[in-house]
Ligand binder design. Structure first.
Ligand SMILES: *[C@@H]1O[C@H](CO)[C@@H](O)[C@H](O)[C@H]1NC(C)=O
Ligand SMILES: *[C@@H]1O[C@H](CO)[C@@H](O)[C@H](O)[C@H]1NC(C)=O
Length: 351
């Protein structure tokens, strides 16, 4: 890996970079990923669901210049993270052909677009609920135990970084549009419900031997182009109500995580992606961006602004200066900035 690729913003990065270079091996044995479309690398390709990204123009700037199922023009933040940690490949999608043999020993990706803390969110869209992702992880663990034996396998599970990205779909693709939920619960009450699922998930993961876990906060959901289209009432400004709910959820996520840190030996880091993304959106020029509102793909009229596919009218020719690739997801450039933030915040997970 090249040091120059690292977003050198703090001493931690410098220290990490030198660690990577000195040893040449990854800093941790494996990277295990759970969650939603922000981190899905192709599990949904294998499902009967409308929530897929395995067609152009998705992937056009990826290493292979082909769609993979990633909801991005190029790499996800977690792809950069894998590189920064010193891995030479990305954890394969659990349901893909690549998830076999030695590939399993450096990690796996169980994430599924449109999944979330609330299992019903995933079920609405035919995605893989978080509880099912955990069952797949159990299957994965058995395979690893069969390959390397119980002791070595346990060392891999305890040393591996487990990343979880969830919650956005629960709000945007379920709570805000589902009268059964928003009629019954306030955003605060809904947050409490899904944070109950979060606690259970972390405890189960801990039971399975995970000791290094990172969870991402909600992004500024009110600034996602699709959210502005759906809930902005014709304005092109971030939807303040949604951002307030995200901040309030993130505070609760923080305090819930503080309680979970009582589990002996558990390192649990809450990654703040709210502020880094809001910072990019508020001051795009400072971060080398020229477009913070419109997505590169799927822009145009209100009707098409939710959809990105090969027939999307007006897809931008170069996504480099766009913060958003499609209505819900950051571009590769924005992901690289986010990954730099993850790295600096995640130092405790590695040391
Ligand atoms: C969590 O709390 C810490 C300090 O208590 C604060 O520095 C951090 O910004 C909070 N994180 C989020 C995501 O709100
Ligand atoms: C996209 O634009 C950036 C500068 O914003 C430039 O460095 C890059 O080469 C361009 N990519 C393509 C494929 O034109």
């Amino acid at each position: 890996m090249e040091i120059s690729r690292i977003f050198l913003g703090s001493l931690d990065f410098v220290l990490l970079a030198s660690l990577v270079v000195v040893h040449g091996d990854p800093l941790v044995p494996a990277l295990i990923i759970f969650g939603d479309s922000v981190v899905d690398v192709g599990n949904n390709n294998n499902l009967v669901t409308l929530v897929k990204a395995n067609f152009p123009p998705y992937g056009r700037d990826f290493v292979t210049h082909r769609p993979t199922g990633r909801f991005c023009n190029g790499k996800l933040a977690t792809d950069f993270t894998a590189e920064y940690l010193g891995f030479s490949s990305y954890p394969p999608a659990h349901l893909s052909q690549e998830a076999r043999g030695n590939n399993l020993l450096t990690g796996a990706n169980f994430a599924s677009a449109a999944s979330g803390y609330y299992d019903t969110t995933a079920r609405l869209y035919g995605a893989i609920p978080l509880t099912q992702q955990l069952s797949y992880y159990r299957e994965y663990q058995s395979k690893v135990v069969n390959m390397v034996g119980r002791d070595k396998a346990n060392a891999i599970f305890a040393g591996a970084i487990h990343l979880l990205s969830a919650g956005s779909s629960d709000f945007i693709q379920n709570y805000y549009i589902n009268p059964l939920l928003n009629g019954a619960y306030s955003p605060d009450q809904f947050s409490d419900i899904i944070l109950g699922s979060y606690s259970t998930f972390i405890r189960n993961l801990y039971q399975l031997g995970a000791r290094r876990i990172g969870v991402t906060s909600l992004p500024p959901t009110g600034c996602l182009p699709a959210a502005i289209t759906l809930f902005g009432g014709g304005s092109n400004q971030c939807v303040a109500r949604l951002n307030r709910d995200a901040v309030s959820f993130n505070d609760k996520l923080n305090s819930t995580s503080q309680t979970l840190r009582n589990l002996p030996g558990l390192k649990l880091v809450v990654f703040d992606i709210y502020h880094p993304l809001l910072d990019m959106i508020s001051r795009p020029d400072d971060n080398g961006f020229s477009e913070a509102r419109r997505a590169c793909c799927g822009t145009g009229t209100i009707e098409t602004s939710l959809l990105c596919n090969s027939r999307s009218i007006g897809t931008c020719s170069n996504a480099t200066q766009y913060i958003f690739w499609d209505g819900f997801h950051p571009s590769e450039t924005a992901n690289e900035v986010l990954a730099g933030n993850l790295l600096s915040q995640g130092f405790d997970l590695i040391s």
